[in-house]
Design a protein around this ligand. Structure first.
Ligand code: PMP
Length: 355
């Protein structure tokens, strides 16, 4: 084997925001059954580490174009973390103050990352769920006249996945569509936006949607109650707490509703958080692909699909973020801080530098 050489990207970027998107699709080589070929679209390659960088950038730029966001105006959003981190990057680069409203159930890393990127974080009690977070957002918008990024309702969300995420997939796979596309949902932006393109260009691709077994909102068949402005008017009764941060708030967002109404999924498969955690660990330790709990959960369902998929099938699985923002969560529960017995044995195998 000769040494690997690289040649750069052939351009110089004017700012960090130009580096959003164009994330790689990567083949899985060791942990998928041999009967299928599995691929992941790895969104941790975005500059602030998640798929939500895409929508954060588009929400701000769409609002700049329409005039809805004024120079220097404060932006406010309710977030499970990744949208807040993405918005914090965008607002830092463009000079807007940002306030994020987040339930205190989401990882401490998320709070610190948003603050590190210059944002203010207003916590809401976890008992009030995502719906309570959104009520707080509405109060802040009313009180202060801030710009509401409105990720759960805005067109700018699914649109950016139609114009970037989906186009990248079509471009990277070229003429050969994957047989399956697997995704979960938070706002539903990824699912709705990518599916608009898949249904049009590759109608044979089966779209598999997943949600936590502990929060089967779509699976329950119970419709979401809404206000005339599409915001939810109550929390969804099928929700209970689940460990898949960023997925399935206690509402069916308007952005997701489009995908449901248009029949964009072929199959809905629930996933247990513990399976998501187990697969996230296997992706890291056996493929070197370090993603969060939602990535592991999506992958778990990809592997479920692989069990019954015809031999030779290809499966594309979304991995929304990096595992690094889960160090304080159950994902890392059995990762030791101190040396393990194995490590102590290695240490003792030579005389130097022992405790
Ligand atoms: N995984 C994680 C970790 C997320 O933060 C999000 C977005 N909240 C998603 C998945 C789902 O993405 P979308 O909002 O596009 O449905």
């Amino acid at each position: 084997m000769t040494i690997r050489t690289t040649n750069g990207r052939g351009r110089i970027f004017d700012n960090v925001l130009e580096t959003v998107g164009d994330t790689p699709v990567i083949r899985i080589n060791r942990i998928a059954p041999e009967t299928v070929t599995a691929y992941v679209k790895f969104e941790a390659f975005n500059p602030a580490g998640s798929v939500k960088d895409r929508l954060a950038l588009n929400i701000i730029e769409a609002a700049e174009r329409s005039g809805a966001l004024k120079p220097g105006q404060t932006v406010v959003e309710a977030t499970s973390g990744n949208t807040g981190i993405g918005l914090a990057m965008v607002c830092a680069a463009k000079g807007y103050p940002l306030v994020c409203v987040m339930a205190d159930s989401f990882s401490v890393e998320r709070r610190k990352l948003m603050r590190f990127l210059g944002a203010k974080v207003v916590l809401t009690p976890r008992a009030l769920k995502a719906y309570g977070m959104m009520e707080k957002l509405q109060e802040l918008v009313k009180e202060h006249g801030w710009f509401n990024a409105a990720q759960f309702e805005t067109q700018a969300n699914a649109d950016i996945h139609e114009h970037t995420t989906a186009r990248e997939i079509v471009g990277d796979f070229g003429g050969k569509a994957p047989d399956y596309f697997v995704t979960g949902y938070g706002t539903g932006g990824t699912f709705t936006g990518v599916s608009r393109v898949l249904r049009r260009d590759w109608p044979e691709t089966r779209i598999i949607l997943t949600e936590p077994t502990d929060a089967p909102l779509i699976g329950s068949g119970i419709p979401q109650e809404r206000n005339p402005d599409h915001t939810p008017s109550a929390g969804h009764p099928a929700w209970s707490p689940h460990p898949i941060q960023g997925w399935t708030p206690d509402i069916i967002p308007h952005v997701l509703q489009e995908g449901l109404d248009k029949g964009f999924y072929d199959e809905l498969l629930p996933v247990a958080g513990a399976d998501g955690i187990a697969w996230s660990k296997r992706l890291a330790a056996e493929e070197g692909i370090f993603t969060g709990i939602s990535g592991g959960s999506t992958f778990a369902i990809g592997m479920e699909v692989a069990k019954t998929a015809p031999a030779g099938s290809s499966i594309l699985i979304m991995l929304p973020d990096t595992g690094e923002r889960y160090l304080s969560t159950p994902l890392f529960d059995d990762i030791e801080e101190e040396m393990t017995a194995d490590e102590v044995a290695i240490s003792k195998s030579t005389p130097g530098g022992q405790f």
